[in-house]
Design a protein. Structure first.
Length: 289
């Protein structure tokens, strides 16, 4: 059995040359199909798309991203991801995928509601031809996409609507870039990864600055107040922010950061310039709202 013809057409825009290229492209196409299912369910009347995948699909970030992250526009006491499951399943099945969705049950109180979308590949994705190149990924049992929703949004954020063209034109509500940048800096500064280093966050950090996207200190301050990384009586000034970033850079393990980001970019040679001084130089070019 071969993949749906619509998927075949969407794959052409990626021009995949290796199995890894193909798998990354297919994962992103699946993400877009999930967005269509959510749109049909009127999910974006209550939530906004944000995070690395939003940056990739809506704003042109030049790296692949794994998860789909959303934030409610305001707290909804009766919100449940389960309400949207059938819409996602129906949409993906219409493109030829076998799908099931598993809720990630919380072990402790959390502001995040999560689910895993698992799309079968053994039947649908064997011997797929793209530009006369045969891809056999029959050993790939499942594609897994994590979906997360912040059910207690921090506030002080703005949204805008963006159009995605594939698999059909729809309007997606998302954070404005300055607030997306603030969200990324909150993750970079405040999330504890133990011994893990998220090079993807540092890659995005450089991307925002090179694109001259301003940083919303107001939204970042609100996020840090909510997470307890800044006292409610404390104001996030430019100087305090830059001190925090510089301290984070000083403790950055460059090699681990590069190891993390390599699977998500097409040209790893662009990492050759990475160093602590490289990040410090870019830090000085941040534009603030």
């Amino acid at each position: 059995m071969t993949v749906n013809e619509s998927i075949r057409q969407m794959l052409k825009r990626y021009n995949p040359k290796t199995t890894n290229d193909y798998i990354r492209a297919l994962r992103e196409i699946m993400q877009e199909i999930v967005l269509v299912g959510l749109w049909r369910a009127k999910f974006f009347e209550h939530a906004a798309f944000y995070g690395g995948t939003a940056l990739r699909i809506l704003y042109g970030l030049d790296r692949f991203s794994e998860d789909l992250d959303f934030s409610l526009l305001k707290p909804l006491p009766d919100f449940s991801l389960e309400h949207y499951h059938n819409f996602i399943i129906n949409e993906m099945e219409s493109f030829g995928f076998s799908v099931n969705i598993e809720i990630k049950h919380k072990n402790k109180q959390s502001n995040i509601e999560s689910a895993f979308i698992k799309a079968g590949t053994k039947e649908e994705l064997i011997n797929i031809e793209v530009k006369n190149f045969d891809y056999d990924i029959s050993k790939q049992a499942k594609f897994k996409i994590k979906l997360e929703v912040d059910i207690n949004p921090p506030g002080n954020f703005r949204t805008e609507s963006k159009i995605i063209k594939e698999p059909l034109p729809i309007s997606i509500k998302t954070y404005v870039p300055a607030d997306l940048f603030a969200g990324k800096m909150h993750v970079l500064l405040c999330r504890l990864w133990k011994n893990r280093v998220k090079g993807r966050d540092w890659y995005d950090f450089i991307w925002y600055i090179r694109k001259n996207i301003p940083l919303s200190l107001k939204h970042l301050e609100t996020r840090m107040h909510q997470s307890g990384h800044l006292l409610l009586s404390q104001k996030l000034t430019k100087n305090l922010f830059l001190e925090m970033v510089e301290q984070k850079i000083n403790n950055l393990n460059i090699e681990k950061a590069m190891t993390d980001i390599r699977p998500f970019i097409s040209d790893p040679s662009i990492l050759d310039c990475w160093s602590l001084d490289y990040f410090k130089q870019y830090m000085k070019e941040i534009v603030f709202e």
